[in-house]
Design a protein around this ligand. Structure first.
Ligand code: PGA
Length: 252
């Protein structure tokens, strides 16, 4: 039984006060949501205050990135230990915006993933193809490359502690959602890769979230797919009403 996860990725939005206000409002919503786990990913500046506000509630706080070292001369970076210190339990790794804006490679994703695991954080590892890759029939190949590189050197027990987010790049922030069938197809590819690399038990247990223009209007169709175990949501996670509707997605 895979417990679904509804995660909000706030990207470069919200001040500390806005983040805390949002968490206070979403806490009672999360408390009633027995059917899923609720995660929000504020920007670095608001993490400690958000985690403080969320303490003892069902709202988990994620960072949006981390450095792979514990400490060091890395201006502008934040370490896994610092994220734990700020109260984070989860961390998003390898989001396509970081892969593109900061030229992050699968090798860096892999190092960050191992550092997050070593620090006791739950990594949410993002993979997904670009439009030209999909249009040239290379989706599966891209997912395989990202999977092999990103998850290199992990044991089945390491793998059992992570979540994957399948986010086709062409669907992020564009209003163009993958159809539930398209998303489920890629999730099946990822689960099969997990089965080959880590085994049946780990593959059937790993939560694979879909991300890319998820909104209250389309979340039900996506979540109805057996293969889709949750959503990583950007734009539609920023307003309390909309995030509430996502957490309370239509269920059969
Ligand atoms: P979006 O972003 O929901 O705004 O498309 C999703 C994401 O980037 O995680």
């Amino acid at each position: 039984m895979r417990i679904p996860v509804i995660a909000g990725n706030w990207k470069m939005y919200k001040t500390i006060a806005e983040a805390v206000d949002f968490i206070e409002k979403i806490k009672p919503v999360a408390a009633k949501a027995d059917h899923c786990e609720v995660v929000v990913a504020p920007p670095f500046t608001a993490l400690a205050a958000a985690a403080h506000a969320a303490k003892g509630s069902k709202v988990a706080v994620a960072a949006q990135d981390l450095h792979s070292d514990k400490e060091g001369a890395h201006t502008g970076d934040v370490s896994p230990v610092m994220l734990r210190d700020a109260g984070c339990t989860h961390v998003i790794i390898g989001h396509s915006e970081r892969r593109h804006d900061h030229a992050e490679t699968d090798e860096q994703v892999n190092r960050k993933l191992k550092a997050a695991l070593a620090a006791g954080l739950t990594p949410i590892v993002c993979v997904g193809e670009m439009l030209e890759e999909r249009e040239s029939g290379r989706t599966e190949e891209v997912l395989r490359t990202q999977f092999e590189g990103g998850f290199a050197g992990l044991t089945p027990s390491d793998f059992s502690r992570i979540m994957i987010a399948y986010e086709p790049v062409w669907a992020i922030g564009t209003g163009r959602t993958a159809t539930p069938e398209m998303a489920a197809e890629s999730h099946r590819v990822l689960r099969e890769l997990a089965r080959k690399k880590f085994g049946e038990k780990e593959a059937s247990a790993v939560r694979i979230l879909y991300g890319g223009s998820v909104k209250p209007e389309n979340v039900g169709g996506l979540m109805a797919q057996e293969e889709i175990d949750g959503a990583l949501v950007g734009g539609a996670s920023l307003k309390v009403d909309s995030f509430t509707a996502l957490v309370n997605y239509p269920r059969a």
